[in-house]
Design a protein. Structure first.
Length: 289
């Protein structure tokens, strides 16, 4: 993949660990500036990583980092984070909406505070970050908004029995759908989703534990796909709901075994996808969904 993010400034939400951190580290290897936007300031036994450890990892990878403790549910905190990132790095070129909350319980089982949390972080947080990013992005020569959210599909099977989560996650995708048209020719707006389960804390803690982790791919597959998208011409690449392996195939990558946690185990097809795209992926229920 020939494109480079050298000198670009990325504002990545939920970047203290997992996919967000992997995207940040990939950009850092080009020499990018990365604003790490996340709530985690103290290590949690089940959620390793903070904005500060992520910043250190980015610096180690070759980029410039700015740790920004921020809860994207609160407008003033997000505005302050953008202002600080732009002041230190001279602007913002790319917004990556990665922050997300998950709870797969049914309508009867889930508490409304959990419903509200998912919508505040997923749908509203994505909308808010995009809204506040625009004054900065419009000054960039190749501005991108990339949201980690699935392709939209109104099949009821994606809504039951985890209606609250799907509503919140599809809210993120609706931001892509509408904003891509609204900003056509000005800012690229796309979504990206993995073909398989990705080895993150959510999989390990909530959606199947060690057994599911073994059948997952590493976050670097999403990071490499994100890098390929974010280095494309913003005027010619917008309104897409990308799947990671399809993006990488366009870049000439055909062997995905290097991304497997355990290459000997079949990978689990992720939520919101009907059928495997690549070999070695199976449609196996996990996480009770």
């Amino acid at each position: 993949m020939a494109g480079s993010l050298a000198g670009k400034t990325l504002f990545i939400t939920g970047a203290s660990r997992g996919i967000g951190l992997a995207i940040a580290e990939r950009a850092a290897r080009d020499g990018a500036n990365v604003a790490i936007v996340a709530k985690s300031v103290i290590e949690h036994p089940k959620l390793p990583g903070t904005v500060y450890t992520a910043a250190a990892a980015i610096e180690k990878a070759g980029g410039r980092a700015l740790a920004l403790p921020c809860d994207i549910r609160f407008d003033a905190q997000v505005q302050e984070a953008f202002d600080k990132a732009a002041a230190i790095f001279g602007g913002v070129d790319i917004l990556v909406n990665n922050a997300s909350a998950i709870d797969l319980r049914s309508v009867e089982a889930i508490e409304m505070k959990r419903f509200d949390l998912m919508h505040q972080i997923n749908a509203r947080g994505t909308f808010l970050c995009a809204k506040l990013a625009l004054p900065y992005l419009k000054k960039s020569d190749n501005p991108h908004i990339l949201t980690l959210s699935p392709p939209l599909d109104m099949n009821p099977r994606w809504f039951a029995p985890n209606l609250a989560y799907t509503m919140a996650k599809y809210g993120m995708s609706l931001v892509t759908l509408g904003l891509a048209r609204e900003l056509a020719g000005k800012v690229a707006v796309n979504s990206l989703w993995p073909e398989t389960a990705i080895a993150t804390a959510a999989i390990g803690n909530l959606l199947g534990g060690e057994a599911a982790l073994r059948r997952a791919r590493k976050p670097q597959i999403v990071a490499d796909a994100a890098h390929a998208i974010l280095t494309r011409d913003a005027r010619a690449c917008t309104g897409n709901f990308f799947i990671d392996v399809n993006v990488l195939a366009q870049e000439g990558v055909t062997d995905f075994t290097r991304y497997a946690v355990d290459p000997s185990a079949p990978a689990i097809l992720d939520f919101f996808l009907d059928a495997p795209i690549t070999a070695g992926v199976q449609k196996i229920p996990f996480g009770g969904a």
